[in-house]
Design a protein around this ligand. Structure first.
Ligand code: NDP
Length: 338
């Protein structure tokens, strides 16, 4: 028997999740059965969508079950296998994070190349955040060289990749993030053209107008929305005619319990002929091969920095999760498990 720990949801949070909503359980993992593979997770990623799955509401993925280990993207190493497709030492992707060691049917695992990229990159720019940013900009927004692109939560997992894709594709990029450290990161690491510290701005609309002017523009052509609320309102106010909005996420709304009060200017969708489209990356898996090839090439050319905030050990996984909502993390939030 292998000894493992896993984090379970024990009750559904209301508003911001608290410690009592979760428990850590010690489990003994038997040898893998027929057709099963035993995996030791090396890295797990934490993302805001997990907040949605803690609630018992209908969405594009089912809620987490109570009193069972939560789920999430993870990269692990095969330690024993009863399936001919996997051997000890293989690097595998699964959605079975929030646990250290597990047995799973081979169908729950996907092989990942060890040689071309570091293991955790498969959870960052070559994983779902990469696909989310790529699909949103390239397919949903129809990104073109020369576009002025505004990215909110720009220092986060998806946002930091979106900024770099837009930059690499010849666009001008304005990023918004909370605090001077994050705006310095946007300028120095991601090489955006203008950065907004939204926490220091009394008017996001004025700040976005100022940022656009500083790069010789009067408005934005593309908005990559991770935040919703006042960021969406500012983007609508500064949108050029025929702007394209890719609605990736609305994190400012996930923990609120009252009805939203912004945006108040949705009429601009019509007067400016803006195309606004929400999307879910899982619907665009057909772009995965193209995205991985492009990201690997940009990474090899030094044009795709992997931004990560790493917590060590499963004990710190809930701290990592809270960090998403308090703005403590830069880039992809990950837990190194082994
Ligand atoms: P991040 O790593 O970007 O973490 C979230 C960031 O959001 C924080 O670091 C924080 O940065 C910012 N934030 C939190 N609360 C607020 C707020 N009230 N106002 C403004 N900014 C806030 O997460 P991801 O990159 O994983 O996800 C980004 C967005 O993309 C989320 O909305 C997520 O739900 C969505 N998403 C959508 C997918 C899809 O398929 N459509 C797939 C994956 C993610 P700061 O300090 O700058 O405030």
């Amino acid at each position: 028997m292998a000894q493992s720990r896993e984090i379970q949801l024990v009750r559904r949070p209301v508003g911001t999740p608290v410690e009592k909503d979760f428990t850590t359980v010690h489990v003994a993992v038997a040898k893998p059965g027929a057709g099963e593979v035993q995996v030791r997770n090396l890295w797990m990623a934490i993302d805001p969508a997990m907040r949605g799955r803690m609630t018992d509401a209908k969405s594009y993925v089912p809620p987490f079950a109570l009193d069972a280990a939560m789920e999430g993207p993870a990269i692990g190493e095969v330690i024993a296998s009863n399936d001919p497709g996997f051997a000890p030492g293989d690097l595998v992707f699964s959605r079975l994070g929030w646990r250290e060691i597990f047995n799973a049917p081979a169908s729950a695992l996907q092989q990942r190349d060890k040689a071309s990229l570091p293991a955790q990159a498969w959870l960052c720019f070559a994983g779902m955040p990469g696909l989310t940013a790529y699909a949103g900009l390239v397919r949903i927004a129809g990104l073109k060289a020369g576009d002025v692109v505004f990215v909110s939560a720009a220092s986060g997992a998806v946002g930091s990749i979106a900024c770099q894709i837009a930059r690499n594709m010849g666009c001008k990029v304005i990023g918004s993030a909370g605090g001077p450290d994050k705006t310095a990161f946007l300028r120095d690491m991601l090489k955006v053209d203008a950065a907004i510290d939204y926490k220091a701005e009394p008017s996001l609309t004025k700040a976005l107008a100022h940022a656009a002017k500083s790069i010789g523009a009067t408005g934005i052509d593309v908005y990559f929305d991770n935040v919703g609320g006042d960021h969406l309102q500012a983007a609508l106010a500064l949108a050029n005619n025929f702007a394209r909005f890719a609605i990736c996420g609305m994190i400012s709304q996930y923990n609120v319990t009252d009805a939203p009060t912004v945006p108040r200017n949705l009429t601009l969708l019509m007067t400016k002929r803006i195309r606004m489209e929400g999307y879910i990356a899982l619907d665009h898996m057909d772009l995965e091969g193209e995205m991985v090839a492009q990201m690997t090439a940009w990474n090899a050319a030094g044009q795709m920095a992997s931004a990560e905030t790493v917590y060590h050990s499963i004990d710190k996984a809930l701290d990592a999760f809270h960090g998403l909502f308090t703005g403590a993390n830069i880039g992809r939030t990950m837990v190194k498990l082994a």
